[in-house]
Design a protein around this ligand. Structure first.
Ligand code: IPM
Ligand code: MG
Length: 379
């Protein structure tokens, strides 16, 4: 019998749009690991978004906030959708994803970009460009222009309106995310590329100086390079296989990670982890979510690709649950399902069979049984 206090607490928050559909599949995967691999965790499901707003007047009801507060890890689906009069902007802002990232200080956003060879033919970039793509974008997630003050829209004396935001970074904010990048690079190919716009912006001048200083002081075994963000966007499309770990600020990371999604073959495949500071017990709060967002055009149809969410569970196994072997097992199972031809609409070639969201969940669970079985045989 597991002692409840030794169990990891996972909040499962499907949210809006396709979020609940894809999260239902990744929850099945989590349940499989709890049952078959005895991963010690308790799941607590909680509502977020339009539905609880209509029922309670809050997009983030108190039970959801509590489930997220007490969780070691949050499995997040998606938020957003067409602006409706159902949820006024002010109600949406209170409890927004941005404010949650800030509340839990989830400053390091890891977005791995891996091109699965099985998807080369349905990918928008040429197969030879996708060959060997395997890198991680680390986006600073709780500062920069998305949070800087002052911000607003004002009316000028001549009657024009002026919108303004503030890009800003402090030494510590830069150093802690750069540290995450250097530490991750040490477990991979040992290369960090820092992205900024130091030819124009003072925040970027500081960014480059601080990254360079931290590198010299503590990480000279890691290879460090710098790119301007415009060049980085071009390199990600031209030769994405050159990168190992890329680290950048909030807005550049937001834009570059969507761009890099195409270097993986499909946005629907991409997982992410958002990590907070390490506490005195060596734990760090984490939120895992697919990168794709709410996709309102296909929401409720049962056709969304759950693999971004399922691969986010693999990141959770590795980074929160401390189960690297199980993370690898899940990644192998996803690769096996794809190799066997399992395709949702977004990754299917024209005229070929498409699985529903739930059927893709089935395909991954079947592959898990098979891969785990083979591992037992060869053990
Ligand atoms: C992302 C999304 C969010 C962001 C939106 C939904 C606020 O684009 O996670 O990349 O800009 O961070
Ligand atoms: Mg984005």
């Amino acid at each position: 019998m597991s002692n409840l206090s030794n169990m990891f607490k996972i909040a499962v928050v499907g949210g809006e749009g396709i979020g609940p559909e894809v999260t239902a599949q990744s929850q099945r995967v989590l349940d499989w690991f709890a049952a078959r691999r005895k991963v010690p965790m308790v799941l607590r499901k909680a509502q977020y978004g339009r539905d609880p707003y209509l029922a309670t007047g809050k997009v983030l009801p108190p039970e959801t906030a509590e489930a997220m507060d007490e969780a070691d890890a949050i499995l997040w689906g998606a938020t957003g959708g067409p602006e409706t009069t159902e949820v006024p902007a002010a109600a949406r802002k209170a409890g927004s994803l941005l404010s949650l990232r800030r509340k839990y200080d989830l400053y390091a956003n890891l977005r791995p970009i891996v091109a699965d060879p099985a998807l080369a033919d349905s990918a928008p970039l040429k197969a030879h460009v996708l060959d060997g793509v395997d890198f991680v974008i680390i986006r600073e997630l709780t500062s920069g222009i998305y949070f800087g003050e002052p911000r607003g829209i004002e009316t000028l004396a001549d009657g024009q309106r002026r919108g303004f935001n503030t890009e800003q970074y402090t030494t510590n904010q830069i150093r802690r995310v750069a540290r995450t990048a250097f530490e991750l690079a040490r477990t991979r190919k040992g290369r960090v590329c820092s992205v900024d716009k130091a030819n124009v912006l003072e925040t970027s001048v500081l960014w480059r100086e601080e990254v360079t200083a931290l590198h010299a002081a503590e990480f000279s075994d890691v290879e460090l390079s710098h790119l301007y963000v415009d060049n980085a966007a071009m390199q990600i499309v031209r030769e994405p296989s050159q990168f190992d770990v890329m680290v950048t600020g909030n807005i550049f990371g937001d834009i570059l990670s969507d761009c890099a999604a195409m270097a993986s073959g499909s946005l629907g495949m991409l997982p992410s982890a958002s990590l907070g500071p390490v506490d005195r017990f060596g734990r760090r709060k984490a939120l895992y979510e697919p990168v794709h967002g709410s996709a309102p055009d296909i929401a409720g149809k049962g056709v969304a690709n759950p693999l971004g969410s399922i691969l986010s569970v693999a990141m959770m196994l590795r980074l929160t649950l401390d189960r690297p072997d199980d993370a690898e097992l899940l990644e192998k199972a996803v690769a096996a399902a794809l190799a066997a031809g399992a395709r949702t609409a977004d990754i299917a070639e024209p005229g070929t069979a498409r699985l529903s969201t739930h059927e893709m969940g089935d395909a991954v669970l079947n592959a898990l049984e098979q891969v785990a079985g083979k591992q037992r045989e060869s053990a």
